[in-house]
Design a protein around this ligand. Sequence first.
Ligand code: SF4
Ligand code: FE
Length: 482
Amino acid sequence: MALKTKEQYLESLRKLNLKVYMMGEKIENPVDHPIIRPSVNSVAMTYELAQDPEYEDLMTATSSITGKKINRFTHLHQSTDDLIKKVKMLRLMGQKTAACFQRCVGMDAINALDSTLVEMDQALGTEYHKRFIKFVEYMQENDLTVDGAMTDPKGDRGLPPHKQADPDLFVHVVEKREDGIVVRGAKAHQTGCINSHEIIVMPTQTMTEADKDYAVSFAVPTDAEGVFFIYGRQSCDTRKLEGGDIDVGNAQFGGQEALMIFDNVFVPWERVFMCGEYQFSGMLVERFAGYHRQSYGGCKVGVGDVLIGAAALAADYNGVAKASHIKDKLIEMIHLNETLYSCGIACSAEGTKSASGNYLIDMLLANVCKQNVTRFPYEIARLAEDIAGGLMVTMPSEKDFRHPEIGKYVEKYLKGRADVPTEHRIRILRLIENLTLGTAAVGYRTESMHGAGSPQAQRIMISRQGNLEAKKELAKVIAGIK
Ligand code: SF4
Ligand code: FE
């Protein structure tokens, strides 16, 4: 089976024996939990759209391993065209879900590992790439959702892993056995982990020899012995327990982050992709981050499209669509959003072939892309809030709107243009609220800041890749300085 249907995906998730905790309780059926389900639906959309002939070109690809048709989320990019299609796919997914659809982290992890492991094997004489390709083939053949787990809790940021008061603040190898390794630690804010079949763990930063035990990468099923999850709260998440569909803003889709614990987890050798090769930890981190920074030039733009559309509708419903300052604000939002997209496309078009044959993004441009993502969605959100007006955060609830006695007052006094149903106005304002302040704001705002690395991480990469010396030479030549 190369492509799973949405239903097969949901069924496969139900079969997993996940250990999930939320708000102090163990969740027996995460798939159907009202707080979790919208995030499951977002991932399910990656399966649904892959079945749709209209989106086949973006959503599917030909496997470089088996030659079969596979979901692009499991693909090793074989050209700059593949890299561009990835960005377009993520924009499409953002438009369809208006949320984080989570499946990109695994795609970015396999692409980063693919080239890094070939270079590592060549340099150190190891044989990790072969077993890694077997894992990717298994992922493609079963159309799996794989989580890419990089961010450790990190404890005292001023200390390296081995100097931490608690050695478990970074995932590390606690035992090497003949048949595999035992690992302990945690990964923080893990996107989509509960909606995934497998987890690929990678080191969180460049490791030195003293931190060799922390230079570890491997894959484990999400329901492996010793793995468990503590669900992350999102702003306004308990609105999903209220039963209505207006106040949540986006009743169908959402994102998901959780704290993932590895409590002495056994990993057989065939699933270990790095174990002590600290010299290549930095390359793996940079490449994964690079791919995920490229990703944001697609996903955030797609969500931005929905937010811009919602702001334009709010203006329509308020009867101010023709006001010049409104038109200008919408133009500014489009300009900022398309600038992000341009960065995503540019770092893809400038991609290059790696040692393993898959394609790497242009690192400088990918980092510029993400640096802009740490800013522009905030401005787009600010303009959306400006256009929406204060009612977005002061409206009575859906229950009041539906109330047999007071409902008519909500209907009457929340009316905008006479020809637009009050409910439409409420719904669009709640959507803007969701994207800027509610559950989707995790993915659209704070994740724009910190996801794929906080702003300073990009600035370090920009300073490394910016080639200031070459620019100085250019200036000297023009100025006539010998
Ligand atoms: Fe994908 Fe964007 Fe979510 Fe990252 S933030 S997993 S790129 S949708
Ligand atoms: Fe992210």
